[in-house]
Design a protein around this ligand. Structure first.
Ligand SMILES: [Zn+2]
Ligand SMILES: [Zn+2]
Length: 465
């Protein structure tokens, strides 16, 4: 212990230049350091790299973050941060530290398979709920390893998704923190997707409200209002959900659906401006959304960028890094489903979507709407391991600054899900969800694809040694 105590005391009393050299030595010494004794809280410091806090302010260079338990207690220039003696140090120098990413629209029950019909049939034939649990474990881990420390799950059968959420919370499963909606509420929906995701069909606003009550009693974290709903349905859903402090996310594409969801007070408008909404929305609708500060999550990339990107580089489907993150049997089934991916039903309207994709995103970016970042992660070819950085890149390509896009995926996402007090920024008092990426994502946003260290709730899950 003498060496660690000595080193950090010396480091504290010295200039930051000297300290940054010491940081290279400390991790090696750590290997022989005994575990912390007594009742002292578990501490950890991340030291040396550039810090993006999640706010749209200039980065902090050569920064340090101190964690106690699962909370951040200090963050700033290393020269101004006091690292308590004996604190284990993770060297982040030469890299960038930023808040853990938040996926504002994911689905753990799918992980890139090409066809819902055959996917849900395969699940049933290969263990049913037991296989579904393995799939969700795989998805949650893939997200976490990609730097996604929190996932807003917007559609899954109720008990399985609550079970995996709670198992991750208890530390039984390594994965992103999950906020689950359970099944979505829809009208007149049918087919493999509706059945597999456990979608609930209602026939009246009263029934919609009853279903919200049922989901609230079961312990969901938010409500997803899916397709086919009327203005009165949305009103009933919002009223029932808000009674339980649950936010409502609406799955909406057409101008009429977006208008109804907006007028009824839905909290987050999901999918707007994506997937072939042609032509782009009226100026009235955009103006009302922007002036109300109502958040939108576009889910832009998953068809209209993913399809042409895959056409240019189909090799991405067999990325060895991707393969490593799958159990063999699930990987084989996903690969089999993607053999003739251009023919998949999921992409049959992509030509139209591609025609409108830029206008779809730019109408919100240029109007300075409150934009969160979500991807429909898990949908065909939209792997959890890369969905979010791809979505962020699309927003940057469509005119968002990299810093604003990162803020959207962290601070703004935390706010729009109602967790702004705990998540989304690196500052004292917040949960210690921190990732470290190679290089400078403000220079090249694709740096977000190279996540080298992941800390969630104050614990290191990837890298860091
Ligand atoms: Zn949706
Ligand atoms: Zn979805």
């Amino acid at each position: 212990m003498y060496s660690l105590d000595f080193m950090s005391t010396v480091a504290d009393s010295m200039g930051s230049g000297m300290r940054s050299r010491l940081i290279y030595i400390v991790p090696i010494l750590l290997l022989c350091a005994p575990a912390p004794r007594g009742q002292a809280p578990t501490r950890l410091a991340l030291v040396g790299g550039m810090l993006l806090t999640g706010y749209e302010v200039p980065p902090v260079h050569h920064a340090a973050i101190v964690i106690e338990g699962n909370k951040i207690v200090q963050a700033g220039p290393a020269s101004e941060v006091t690292i308590p003696a004996g604190t284990p140090i993770v060297d982040t120098s030469g890299r960038t530290m930023l808040p853990g990413l938040i996926e504002a629209h994911g689905h753990l029950i799918v992980l890139g398979h090409g066809n819902y019909d055959t996917w849900f049939t395969w699940l049933k034939a290969h263990g049913g709920d037991a296989m579904l649990m393995r799939v969700m474990e795989t998805s949650a881990r893939q997200l976490l390893m990609a730097g996604v420390t929190t996932e807003i799950d917007l559609g899954a059968p109720l008990q399985p998704i609550l079970t995996i959420r709670d198992r991750i919370k208890k530390g039984e499963v390594i994965g992103a923190r999950v906020f689950a909606s359970g099944p979505w509420i829809s009208r007149g929906a049918s087919g493999a997707m509706q059945d597999g995701f456990g979608g609930i069909n209602i026939t009246s606003p009263d029934e919609a409200a009853q279903q919200v009550e049922r989901l609230a009693a079961a312990g969901v974290d938010q409500i997803k209002a899916h397709a086919g709903l009327t203005l009165e349905d949305y009103r009933a859903i919002v009223a029932a959900a808000h009674k339980h402090q649950l936010r409502v996310h609406a799955h909406v594409y057409s101008e009429a659906d977006v208008r109804h969801a907006f007028d009824a007070g839905v909290d987050v408008l999901q999918h707007v401006g994506s997937a072939g909404t042609a032509p782009p929305y009226s100026q009235d609708l955009i103006r009302d959304i922007v002036n109300a500060g109502r958040p939108v999550v576009i889910t832009a990339a998953h068809r209209s960028w993913l399809y042409p990107d895959t056409a240019r580089f189909p090799e991405r489907l067999q990325d060895p890094e991707l393969k490593k993150q799958f159990p063999t049997d699930i990987y084989a089934e996903v690969q089999d489903s993607l053999k003739n991916w251009p023919a998949l039903g999921y992409f049959q309207r992509t030509d139209r979507e591609m025609l409108y994709r830029e206008r779809g995103v730019k109408q919100f970016v240029e109007a300075a709407a409150v934009i969160g970042m979500g991807t429909d992660s898990g949908t065909p070819m939209n792997f959890h391991s890369e969905a979010l950085w791809r979505e962020i890149k699309v927003h940057v390509d469509m005119g968002m600054t990299p810093q604003r896009a990162i803020a959207a995926a962290t601070r703004v996402n935390a706010q729009i899900i109602g967790k702004g007090r705990e998540l989304g920024t690196i500052e004292p008092g917040k949960l210690a969800d921190i990732i470290v990426v190679k290089g400078n994502p403000l220079f090249d946003i694709v740096a977000l694809s190279d996540v080298q260290i992941v800390v969630k709730d104050g614990k290191v899950f990837k890298g860091g040694s």
